[in-house]
Design a binder for this molecule. Structure first.
Ligand SMILES: C=C1C[C@]23C[C@H]1CC[C@H]2[C@@]12CCC[C@@](C)(C(=O)O1)[C@H]2[C@@H]3C(=O)O
Ligand SMILES: O=C(O)CCC(=O)C(=O)O
Ligand SMILES: [Fe+2]
Length: 367
């Protein structure tokens, strides 16, 4: 796994972020820069009112492959349990995240993400598409993190690096396993994907880990933790702390559904590249994070993709006269560039056949 690829992919896409990171600890009211128009979050149904809940799949169950295929088609998201990533590792990562975000602001800024970089401390990349700032801070790890970690903790960064390294390794293994389960449900095997090496390992595959911190907010209805987006990945693995906040909308749906934290479960998102690979059979899930009134929330997201320079296209087996190829081939690097420019119009811009908008927003408007 070389993540230099991702860093290179971003170097050409300097971000002009007008969003300044604020010190949430120093705030006692919501600044104008962070005040979104009231979102009406309170009116969204919570778990009890949901028409259905996001499937929770036990990976040790015999029928896990079918359940995964079904969840990918119908939801673009599911939770997994018995995934083999230990609770103690996830607890450690969460603790390291808390340790990082509770550092003084001037210390965190020493590890600030550069405008043309992928790694480091800062606001999420998609911030520039929104007029208001989000109620969150993030730390992204794609290439070596030693440089940034040693700026954060000059004498004491080994534990952080070891924990993150271990987490990335474990999540990479799980991501491989899940990718083949997802594709297996469509009748796709390793032979069908040119960039898959022997044993199904994606040699030179790229990945990134993102820690998101959502401070508690006295008026959560007026702020946005992380605005709605789909992930530009094959798949993403999310560990959320025991405070809820992750919400998603089903394709064609109009209700935001909360993904309740389930002890030990990891949330799996179908990403845009899996949507392309599956020739549109698996929707990439539109999701966002809202903020809690009293509790700080932390999430750790692992982004899994192919080597940045290989062309990804709808798998040939899934294309025939009745199912025309829906997307043109593209590398991950090109796609991240397109997303940086076009955001939610990025995926539709690759469509070969005209179609209706994939999503309808809560007001029933297409976008
Ligand atoms: C591998 C990835 C995936 C990235 C870009 C790069 C590193 C950081 C990821 C995120 C993390 C936060 C949401 C998102 C939308 C963002 O702004 O930065 C993600 C984005 C994407 O999925 O597009
Ligand atoms: O905080 C969450 O639960 C979601 C994070 C997320 O969507 C992301 O980092 O891309
Ligand atoms: Fe996401």
């Amino acid at each position: 796994m070389t993540s230099k690829g991702l860093a290179d992919a971003f170097r050409a896409h300097t971000l002009n972020l007008h969003h300044k990171i604020v010190d949430f600890n120093a705030l006692n009211s919501i600044p104008e820069s962070h005040a979104w128009k009231p979102q009406g979050f309170d009116h969204y149904p919570t778990r009890g009112g949901d028409p259905e809940a996001v499937p929770i799949i036990d990976l040790t169950e015999e029928n896990a492959p079918e359940l995964i295929g079904h969840a990918c088609k119908k939801w673009g998201v599911f939770q997994v349990i018995n995934h083999n990533i230990s609770k103690s590792l996830l607890d450690d990562v969460e603790m390291e995240g808390k340790r990082l975000f509770s550092l003084p602001m001037d210390q965190k800024l020493k590890a600030a993400r550069l405008p043309n970089g992928v790694s480091g401390y800062g606001v999420v990349r998609i911030s520039r598409f929104f007029p208001k700032c989000m109620w969150s801070e993030g730390f992204t790890i794609a290439d070596s993190m030693v440089e940034h970690a040693s700026q954060l903790w000059p004498n004491n960064y080994q534990k952080f690096c070891d924990t993150i390294e271990e987490c990335k390794k474990e999540m990479n293994n799980l991501a491989h396993r899940l990718m083949w389960l997802m594709l297996g449900s469509l009748g796709i095997t390793q032979k069908d994907i040119e960039w898959a090496g022997p044993n199904g390992k994606v040699e030179g595959g790229d990945d990134a880990l993102q820690m998101n911190s959502y401070p508690a907010c006295p008026d959560p209805d007026r702020v946005m933790g992380l605005a709605a987006h789909t992930d530009s990945t094959i798949l993403s693995i999310i560990h959320q702390s025991n405070t809820s906040g992750l919400q998603l909308i089903r394709e064609g749906g109009s209700v935001w559904i909360t993904v309740p934290p389930h002890p030990g479960a990891l949330v799996i998102h179908v990403g845009d590249l899996m949507h392309i690979l599956s020739n549109g059979l698996y929707p990439s899930v539109l999701h966002r994070a809202i903020v809690n009134r009293t509790q700080h929330r932390l999430s750790v997201a692992y982004f899994f993709g192919p080597p940045v320079s290989v062309k990804v296209s709808p798998i040939k087996k899934l294309v025939d006269e009745c199912h025309p190829q829906l997307y043109r081939p593209i590398t991950w690097s090109e796609y991240l560039g397109i997303k940086s420019e076009l955001f939610d119009k990025g995926l539709p811009s690759l469509r070969l056949c005209s179609s209706q908008s994939r999503f309808t927003d809560v007001n029933g408007d297409d976008y």
